[in-house]
Design a protein. Structure first.
Length: 489
């Protein structure tokens, strides 16, 4: 069969052969000898909020015990603050929230939007962030600028009407997107949209581009934002001797120079263990606690004390009129308040990360060995294209294959985030056909983490189960590549 002449034709071919691909994936899955009780209950990550991993037994016991006690919620909040200060120092503070997105919302509104009160019309403000993945999260709170990006939330997310992503936009706030130097933004996928390929980001040149954007928007500038990840596939592979991403450190210096806050979305990050807010020099870093495999649901904001005062005030956590350093009161964002079980579980999880981080990082080491071993068995024609990186920050293993397109020929199919939302991401939906719950696998980048049927009750990796699901992913990639026409070139 003749190879597709252009890449859009490759994706049309894959679309036409989708059902055949799924049929072959189901047949291949039979060779995994997956027990029937695991089908649809085991997956490539336990860090997806829509299908989180079961709780670790030790954390579950703490939550059960605390749920029977009569304890003011402020007691747990103060414990969280104490743990954070133990690790980062007394100049840092914390605030628990219901989700990471809640943390982003209150942080950006508290620190970056113009004041609503006062005579006359409100002025406008703008915050700057790099063109990276997941910008519909931390980059979704303002109107996109330049105007050519006006539909970027439709391209990078799912705009479900007026109350969808566009409904997050704050009054008189704009978001300035800055393409990263060395990155590429080609169009790929069955849902044919631009995808960010970030493995070869040039940090120095990218920071200069962000400086130029800051200069152009200086009179409106109210802050910077970015992800807090530490892997090449997300654009943060250039790190200092401590493992801190130099791109993040550079943005922090820019923010300090302009006297505006730097808010980091580290949703898929481990507090206290992963990327350090202190080493970066950022003002605020936000986490999704349940992104860590087998941890309880909830979000956490960690930041410098001066930045945390307005955030905690907006949450109703900062002292009431009678004068305390912490209290529970009504405020604009009291709706983001987590419950007792979430708070007590968060305390237990943070104590674990502070006192015994290897209990979590060892699982990453074990998973990395499994992924490397299984991808070593993949079809030799594509084996060299995969770069595998370990991330303690995300408690995950990254698999990147964007280099497969460097030769000018058709490479391994890349699916867009629009494919994920549209049900046309064959890597993700193909896993479902095999009885494997998928992970994030778009933009030529895949994150695998333990927890969903691949860990025991103590959070440790069950090697044979991890091998099973990773082997399933390998077989699916081989099937998709065979149908893409890339071998016929």
């Amino acid at each position: 069969m003749a190879a597709p002449k252009h890449k859009f034709q490759m994706y049309k071919k894959l679309q036409a052969e989708t059902q055949q691909i799924y049929a072959e994936a189901k047949k291949a899955a039979e060779t995994l000898n997956m027990p029937s009780e695991l089908k649809g209950a085991i997956g490539l990550t336990g860090a997806i909020s829509g299908c989180p991993a079961p709780l670790r037994e030790d954390l579950e016991k703490v939550i059960q015990t605390e749920s029977k006690k009569v304890v003011p919620l402020g007691y747990y909040v103060d414990q969280i603050r104490e743990i954070v200060k133990d690790v980062y120092g007394d100049e840092y503070d914390a605030a628990p929230v219901s989700t990471c997105e809640a943390g982003l919302w209150v942080s950006i509104d508290s620190l970056m939007t113009p004041p609503m009160q006062g005579r006359g019309d409100n002025y406008r403000t703008r915050y700057i962030l790099p063109m990276e993945r997941h910008i519909h999260h931390h980059g979704g709170y303002g109107r996109p600028f330049p105007p050519k990006y006006k539909d970027i939330l439709a391209d990078r997310g799912s705009t479900s009407g007026e109350l969808g992503f566009s409904g997050k936009r704050q009054n008189n706030l704009d978001t300035v997107y800055v393409p990263l130097e060395g990155a590429e933004y080609p169009v790929h996928g069955i849902k044919y949209h631009p995808v960010p390929l970030l493995k070869n980001v040039k940090v120095k040149e990218s920071l200069e581009a962000m400086r130029t954007a800051a200069q152009r928007n200086e009179t409106l500038l109210s802050g910077f934002s970015s992800l807090g990840y530490d892997t090449p596939g997300y654009g943060y592979g250039d790190r200092d001797s401590d493992g801190t991403p130099n791109l993040s450190k550079g943005i922090a210096k820019l923010a300090k120079e302009y006297n505006v806050p730097y808010v980091i979305d580290n949703a898929w990050g481990l507090p206290l263990v992963g990327t350090s807010i202190k080493k970066i020099g950022a003002d605020v870093m936000i986490y999704s606690i349940d992104k860590a495999p087998s941890f309880p649901h909830g979000g956490l904001i960690i930041g410098k004390e001066d930045a945390m005062v307005p955030i905690r005030r907006a949450l109703g956590l900062h002292g009431n009129r009678y004068g305390t350093t912490g209290s529970y009161g009504k405020a604009a964002y009291v709706t983001f308040d987590p419950g007792k079980e979430s708070l007590s579980g968060m305390v237990a999880a943070l104590k674990l990360l502070r006192d015994n981080p290897k209990n979590v990082t060892k699982t990453v080491d074990d998973l990395y060995e499994v992924v490397v071993a299984e991808f070593a068995k993949i079809d030799p024609r594509i084996k060299s294209f995969f770069k595998i990186i370990k991330s303690y920050n995300s408690c995950a293993v990254e698999i990147n294959y964007e280099e497969s397109w460097k030769s000018g020929k058709l490479g391994i199919p890349i699916f867009s985030i629009e494919d994920m939302y549209a049900g046309s991401n064959l890597l993700q939906d193909g896993c479902s056909q095999m009885g494997i719950i998928p992970t994030i696998s778009y933009d030529a980048n895949i994150f695998i983490s333990p927890g969903l049927g691949t860990s025991d009750n103590q959070g440790q990796l069950v090697q044979e189960r991890a091998q099973m699901v990773v082997r399933g992913l390998v077989m699916l990639m081989e099937i998709i590549c065979a149908h893409s026409g890339m071998y016929e070139q």
